[in-house]
Design a protein around this ligand. Sequence first.
Ligand code: AMP
Length: 559
Amino acid sequence: MNSKSSMKYIKLVELYEALDSTTKRLEKTSILAKFLRDMGEEEPKLLPVVTLMSLGRIFPTWSEEEMGLGLKLLMKAIALVVGVKPEDVENMARDAGDMGLAAEKLFKKKKQATLFTMPLTIEKVHSNLVKIADISGKRAQNWKMEILRELFSSASPVEAKYITRTVLEELRVGVGEGTIRDAIAEAFEVEKSVVERAHMLTNDLGMVAEVAKEEGEAGLKKLTLKPGKPVKLMLAQLSPGIKISVEEMGWALCETKYDGIRVQIHRLGDEVNIFTRRLENISNAVPEIIEYIKKLLPASDFIVEGEIIVTRDGKPISFQYILQRVRRKYDIEKMREKVPLKLFLFDVLYYNGPQIDTPFHKRRQILESIVTIKKDKLELSSQVKTTPEDIWKAESLFTESLKAGHEGIMIKDPNAPYMPGIRGKKMLKLKEKPETLDLVIVGGTYGKGKRAHLIGSYLLAVRDENNDFKTLAHAATGMDDQMLAELSEMVEPLIVKKVGRKVEISPSIILEIAYSEIVKSPEYESGYSLRFPVVKRVRGDIGLDDIDTVERVESMFKE
Ligand code: AMP
């Protein structure tokens, strides 16, 4: 904002009150559309600011700037201005269930009327709140409170309510990004879908509103992604099964699905920023990732995507650990050693200009050409190309992924563009079922060559209602050499019959089995089978009465 605007803050407050007076989304949209249209006429330079403030925000979600003003300080500022104790503010907020309402009530009771103060302008409220974020250093908290106090001392009760709520980033008028987009479309007579795309690409509703007003649809269509401003992520649907999915795509690029957090990494000149799936900026919390990027991806100006995981001794460990890292504000260096991070990159959205309309297989080539791989630090997602004829490649990637402790696989359409904000059929995920089955070993097959002395594949069974064992699947993956040897040793005395490499085993040893899907199958006595069974562990802690039943498998299949 260059020259001063005299638009009163009460105008915006009246908008909030009007939005709050209806629960109907269409009505909210029209109220907001009218406001934006009028604002566009009267004070066009305020349009970006009020668009953001209609969401109760001063900074977009992805901005690293925050007011950093705690609840205590807010209560203190209110208390000082209305002449009560901070505890009174706290009690009032507890009774009212909302700090904003409490502020309004207290301001109404305020003894000293603010007769000689100038009415607040939108610009004043906005610039003071921006100033609060800018202050850092020793006496920052005092300065922040002073600036807030200045605002409060000119505020009417209802203004105090909304200043309070804006500071808390909770406006409570039932308006989300979707309503604002619809309102922009209605206000400036542009297509909703065009507004939506512009928003997905720029994540800047203020700018979208301004461009919609100034340049209409043509201007919005010209908006595109830029390093520095996060793009809404393309999301994945569940795959009904590898074969069906690959057949539908014609051919597919399948990748290991890592269990960590998705990140979008932006580089603009020397500046690297890392955003989460919710577009929060976590750059400060993950300094080693910034270092890896600067070193191993020296190109300038790009946007890439990947998954950050935590590893211990080269193996991925629980996703829970990563939260200890990304939510952290202090002791970051100490945590760096305790919880080491690794980045797998899998997509590029911007390099030598926007690449989102480039087919995925070409984007992968670009990615490969700009990244230097450094084991245990920064790698590319492992990927296989599959057609319906060599589906086994994807299937073995799936079992390999589970074996290595990852979540499953992603199945990606090689010809698809990057579709921001869309959960479509161009990117699918196939995870291990969270439920495992406890099955008993009833048979096995000896291996060949070097493994001829070990049973490499086990025939597994469930129980039926008569306590008879019914076969369900063969499992051959998930066991390392040591486990294979130990199991063979345990099984040896239980062998009741041997025909060629096949053996019959007396039911006793129970295995916990993970799998991707239960399917109908005439090949097994239970009438069902498992796709991609993987041995998780030997269950020495349960007995034959506790193993899973045909009935459970049947009901899980029906689910
Ligand atoms: P979900 O979180 O279950 O919806 O699964 C989709 C998520 O898998 C993505 O948002 C990523 O965070 C994650 N993911 C892990 N590995 C990959 C990969 N190779 N390609 C794409 N997404 C991946």
